[in-house]
Design a protein around this ligand. Structure first.
Ligand code: FAD
Length: 385
């Protein structure tokens, strides 16, 4: 894949691929709560899920902006990258902190699609957003760790071979700082499923293949520890900016799809002898959503620019996620309202997108927590929690 400024070639190719997966495909999966295996396979075969994997390991070796372009176009085409987006940002932890043998063992398989690295086990029912309070514990036992505990909202666990797992290796009350004593593991779920790993699907308002996962004396080889024991929180945090930026790019794509649908319908639909889009009451919410989408897109680009220049980009990545999630949510509201009753009919795909994009007010980080971050770290106000 060649790189160019705005990745026009990649964008066009992704759109062509997405044309093979029209609304009917996603509606059927939505009804059946099924995983879009064919879609993920097509993206893998075309090399898009390996965008960020270096060429030495069989990937495309492209930048974050290319990955963002891929995900934005998937959403812009009305498809849903939620089925596989985590592979893009999970992999960064392995790339930055994995040892050469781990990279050689896993990355070529992930790049070729032979191995799926789609699951990210961080959130737990008892701790929620307060990640340092997680209780899943990995106890060293010879050349293994023995893992006990529970994760919740571990998306795609049933459709992944590997999970990036965050667990405590030193109890919270025995560390100098609450962020210490957490470690990251690559969990090979193919071997684990018969040896102490239980995965239970959670049905949600949208089709997201999310699960809860239980660990019962699960033995993980010590060689699967990523980086140094006890430094896992820092490793996960280092990947957060990329995660925020990529999710924001997806929200911009959603907003574009929703705004285009709303605009087209507003032009076509005639009530009281004229197009509904002739009424300012219909125009203005769509126009406002468009302005907010464009502003969010600029922040996404600024966050990417800083990220790629190696500059500090925590504030921009968080603001991009906040603004883009708000813009897609606003566009979804405007779109469903513009369609009147038809907005609620499955065959228009709008209620599906409305449900799908609503997630990003909460995950992977909720709007409140981003506002708290900005208040504390950018504006210098006291920490509120
Ligand atoms: C469909 C789905 C898929 C997901 N996929 C994954 C995944 O693959 N891997 C993974 O690890 N996690 C995943 N998550 C979890 C997700 O990251 C969390 O749901 C999210 O971070 C919020 O945590 P919580 O649900 O525990 O909410 P809580 O932390 O319980 O918070 C509940 C509400 O209170 C607010 N709140 C909490 N504390 C404060 C505060 N101090 N100030 C202001 N407001 C506050 C929050 O903003 C939120 O609105 C997923 C979640 C969903 C719904």
């Amino acid at each position: 894949m060649e790189e160019d400024g705005d990745h026009a070639e990649i964008r066009a190719a992704v759109r062509r691929l997405c044309e093979q997966f029209p609304g009917e495909y996603w509606r059927r999966l939505d009804r059946e709560r099924a995983y879009p295996a064919e879609f993920v396979q097509a993206l893998t075969t075309a090399g898009y899920l390996a965008t960020l994997i270096p060429e030495d390991y069989g990937g495309a070796g492209l930048t974050l902006s290319a990955a963002a372009a891929v995900l934005e176009e998937i959403q812009h085409a009305g498809c849903n990258g939620g089925a596989c987006h985590a592979q893009m940002y999970i992999m960064g932890t392995l790339l930055r902190h994995g040892d050469p043998s781990q990279k050689a063992r896993y990355l070529p398989g992930v790049a070729s699609g032979e191995l799926r690295l789609q699951a990210f086990g961080v959130t737990e029912p008892g701790s929620g957003t307060d990640t340092t309070s997680i209780r899943t514990f990995a106890r060293r036992d010879g050349d293994h760790y023995v893992v006990n505990g529970q994760k919740v909202w571990t998306s795609r666990a049933e459709h992944s071979d590997l999970m990036l797992l965050l667990a405590r290796t030193t109890p919270k009350d025995q560390v100098a700082k609450r962020t210490y004593g957490l470690s990251v593991f690559i969990l090979d779920m193919r071997q684990a499923s018969t040896a102490g790993l239980t995965i239970r699907p959670i049905r949600t308002m949208m089709n997201h293949s999310t699960t809860e996962v239980f660990f019962d004396n699960l033995r993980v080889p010590a060689e699967n520890l990523v980086g140094e024991e006890g430094k896992g929180f820092r490793y996960i945090l280092a990947g957060m900016n990329a995660e925020r930026i990529l999710i924001a790019a997806e929200c911009v794509g959603d907003a574009k799809w929703l705004i285009e649908k709303a605009t087209a319908y507003a032009r076509e639909r005639v009530v009281f002898g004229r197009p509904i889009g002739q009424n300012q009451g219909v125009q203005f919410p769509i126009a406002r959503a468009y302005a907010n989408m464009r502003a969010a897109d600029l922040m996404v680009r600024e966050a990417i620019r800083r990220y790629e220049a190696g500059e500090e980009c925590g504030a921009e990545a968080n603001m991009a996620k906040l603004l883009a999630a708000d813009a897609s949510n606003e566009a979804a509201n405007a779109c469903i309202q513009t369609h009147g009753g038809f907005g609620f009919a499955e065959e228009y795909d709008i209620e599906r997108k409305f449900r799908e994009t609503r997630l990003y007010q909460v995950a992977p980080i909720s709007t409140n927590l981003i506002l708290s971050y900005l208040a504390e770290h950018v504006l210098g106000m006291p920490r509120s929690y």
